[in-house]
Design a protein around this ligand. Structure first.
Ligand SMILES: [Zn+2]
Length: 374
């Protein structure tokens, strides 16, 4: 992660890089801000700049060995610690979840605890950083670094350390091992021990300025300025929020494309093509399949609304509305109840781990039959 790839915070990036350039690297820092502002990405970019073998213009090069290792989240001297759910004695260490952690970081370093819980499939339970993890951190940092230089530890959501873990960490900050840089990140500074915050250098990560986010979305993500503007208005200075919004819009388009294909093939009775389609949709992952089925249910409801109100109450626009105009005549009082039931049942069974390929093939046959009921 290079500073350049992080939206906003130009002054802060400059200050962080200058500190490193001038050899003023505090042994313990506390990055405070919301996940969506870029607290974790900034901490990673800071570590990458610190390790980079070919620093240029106050940013890491992105190409040297160190940078490549960090990009793969596999640098031997960059350690991560983070909250996780305690299930058994076996998983009292964050490294139990290291593959999920790397996967999450490579998808995006903009995520919050809710995303993290989903990634680890632990539902709504509160993850913590337990004592044993703090001990592991101390041990790791007391060893010599692999590359002979500094070791960096990033603790994500440090406020979720339990009391004993926090005291262990405090000790580590009070008597840091040689050549060690500790970066704690949090969105709730007041939940940390006062003795910890007073011994760390504070780095405030404020919300991303609208103009900066706008510039990033247009310049780096290639959005047209109209779309970028509407995203920025809703963002509240959080790139995480913006990213979620973009994904949900993309999904929407994706679901529409699938729904349109599926229904067209079905009412044209193209059986072989419908089965091929079912095979495609069975590969998109269970969560998405559930959302797709909900989308289908929404579209069926809109068909009925359209039929009864002459499209007046239909809340669809653009190509969705256009498609609905033609498709709604296939949905009527002879098949709507059954269609709704079939989509609902499919959702129920996907949730309970039914084989998606069999399920969507079977559902396709039913839909072909139901759409003929005129
Ligand atoms: Zn580099």
């Amino acid at each position: 992660m290079r500073f350049t790839n992080i939206p906003g915070h130009s002054k802060l990036k400059e200050r962080l890089a200058t500190n490193i350039d001038e050899g003023r690297v505090p042994h313990a820092q506390l990055f405070v801000g919301e996940d969506g502002s870029g607290v974790l990405p900034l901490a990673i970019a800071y570590a990458q700049y610190l390790f980079c073998e070919n620093k240029q213009g106050q940013d890491s090069c992105g190409e040297c060995r160190s940078c490549k290792n960090i990009t793969a989240f596999n640098h031997p001297d960059l350690h991560f610690s983070f909250p996780f759910k305690l299930i058994s004695k076996k998983n009292e260490l964050a490294k139990t979840y290291i593959s999920e952690w790397r996967e999450q970081l490579s998808e995006t370093p903009y995520f919050d605890l809710q995303d993290w819980n989903e990634k680890c499939a632990i539902g709504n339970s509160q993850p913590i950083i337990p004592e044993k993890e703090a001990l592991e951190i101390s041990t790791k940092l007391s060893l010599k670094s692999f590359e002979g230089g500094v070791k960096v530890l990033i603790v994500w959501h440090a406020e979720l350390m339990n009391a004993t873990a926090a005291n262990k960490l405090l000790k580590l900050i009070e008597e840091p091992p040689d050549k060690t840089v500790i970066i704690l990140t949090t969105n709730q500074q007041d939940r940390l021990l006062k003795t910890i915050t007073s011994r760390t250098q504070l780095v405030q990560v404020k919300r991303i300025m609208d103009a900066d986010l706008m510039e990033y979305l247009v310049g780096c993500e290639g959005l047209d300025s109209e779309r970028a503007k509407s995203l920025v208005v809703e963002s509240e200075g959080s790139y995480l929020k913006t990213r979620r919004q973009m994904i949900s819009e993309n999904h929407h388009q994706y679901y529409f494309n699938h729904f349109q294909t599926w229904m067209r093939l079905s009412y044209q009775k193209k059986v072989v093509e419908t089965f091929n389609w079912a095979e495609t949709i069975s590969g998109i992952g269970r969560e998405q399949q559930k959302q797709f089925l909900q989308y289908c249910l929404k579209m069926i409801r809109q068909c009925i609304l359209g039929n009864y109100t002459d499209m007046e109450m239909v809340k669809l626009h653009g190509e969705e509305r256009e498609f609905m105009n033609n498709f709604s005549k296939f949905v009527n009082n002879k098949n709507v109840m059954q269609l709704t039931k079939e989509f609902n049942d499919a959702h129920y069974h996907i949730e309970r781990n039914a084989n998606p390929k069999i399920l969507f093939t079977d559902l396709s046959i039913k839909i072909i039959r139901l759409l003929r009921k005129q």
